[in-house]
Ligand binder design. Structure first.
Ligand code: C5P
Length: 208
């Protein structure tokens, strides 16, 4: 059997993480949430009391212990915001590149989700999905998730944060979030999680 590499890219709260995890389970493949790598760098910068906006500081923080990736604190919106600041530095991206490429190209294949999987990490992926949803719908989902975790922020603030993160991730010079030429669009705005996963499997099957 040939290796099955599935690249799942898309903006924050589009549903790409949920879809990537479901695809990994469906195909029995290992999964890497690459956002966690940038979140770990952001957390390490904070712990080392360095400045995320300074490239050299952020690069120094790329040497983080693996255990950091299991920290629940990495999942906060604040860490997502800091992650999008450190991720704009080309040298930070370069420092994390081999680790991701190696994961993608392991025997059998893998599922990776992020912003540049189909464009930079695994341009040779078997199937590339670009998951999107309107900013308003992504904000509502993120807001419900935060409220469920007992963290109370207004919907307006969540929407503003999502728009700011989109602008940074799409506007940066280094590996911006763009639709790869051969990526398949999956808009989850009006789809349930189950329907989104079903559609994702159908799209991947079309490329096998
Ligand atoms: O996907 P997640 O929201 O966890 O990603 C956090 C941040 O890390 C993103 O906003 C983005 O700036 C950065 N990131 C990236 N490239 C990836 C994955 C995440 O630049 N492959």
């Amino acid at each position: 059997m040939t290796d099955l590499i599935i690249a799942v890219d898309g903006p924050a709260a589009s549903g790409k993480g949920t879809i990537a995890r479901a695809l990994a389970r469906h195909y029995g493949l290992p999964h890497l949430d690459t956002g966690l790598l940038y979140r770990a760098v952001a957390a390490n910068v904070t712990m080392l009391e360095l400045d995320p906006a300074q490239e050299a500081d952020a690069v120094a923080a790329t040497d983080f212990p693996d255990s950091l990736m299991d920290e629940p604190a990495l999942r906060s919106d604040e860490m997502g915001k800091r992650a999008s600041i450190v991720s704009a530095h080309p040298l930070v991206r370069a420092a994390l590149l081999q680790r991701q490429r190696k994961f993608a190209h392991q025997p059998g294949g893998a599922v990776l989700d992020g912003r540049d999987i189909g464009t930079v990490i695994a341009p040779d992926a078997t199937a590339k999905l670009f998951v999107r949803a309107t900013p308003g719908i992504r904000a509502k989902r993120r807001h419900a998730e935060l409220t469920g975790r007992g963290s109370f922020v207004s919907l307006d603030k969540v929407l503003a944060d999502i728009r700011a993160r989109d602008a940074r991730d799409m506007g940066r010079e280094a590996a911006p979030l763009v639709l790869a030429n051969d990526a398949m669009l999956l808009d989850t705005s009006f789809l349930s999680i189950e329907a989104s996963v079903e559609k994702a499997i159908e799209l991947v099957e079309g490329r096998r």
